[in-house]
Design a protein around this ligand. Structure first.
Ligand code: SF4
Length: 102
């Protein structure tokens, strides 16, 4: 089984400060919580972690920029309260609106 590395670890931002990542609510939960499979209850649990996160807006901007136009299957976990498919939809919506990748 492939164990995904939590986003906060897998995608450091070499150009800027990553201090915000340590402030994320997910920093204090089992990483497996943020990588649910298809069970809606598990997805809901992950989304609830993000719902009480003080850095969710920064996280959303960062993940949309970081993932870019990746296909849904190449995105992993719930990040910024969004599933891979939801993040791809946000990215495409921003593209359609000419707002780039956040
Ligand atoms: S919004 Fe979610 S994934 Fe992003 S830092 Fe906060 S808890 Fe972690």
């Amino acid at each position: 089984m492939i164990r995904h590395v939590p986003y906060r670890v897998a995608a450091p931002n070499p150009a800027g400060s990553d201090d915000w990542r340590s402030k994320g609510t997910c920093a204090s939960v089992d990483p497996d919580v943020m990588f649910p499979h298809s069970d809606p209850a598990d997805i809901g649990n992950a989304k609830r972690v993000c719902a009480r996160c003080p850095v969710s807006r920064t996280c959303l901007r960062d993940i949309i920029r970081h993932e870019g136009d990746k296909d849904t299957y190449a995105r992993h976990g719930v990040v910024a309260g969004l599933t891979p498919a939801e993040r791809r939809a946000v990215y495409r919506l921003l593209q359609e609106r000419g707002q780039g990748a956040a």
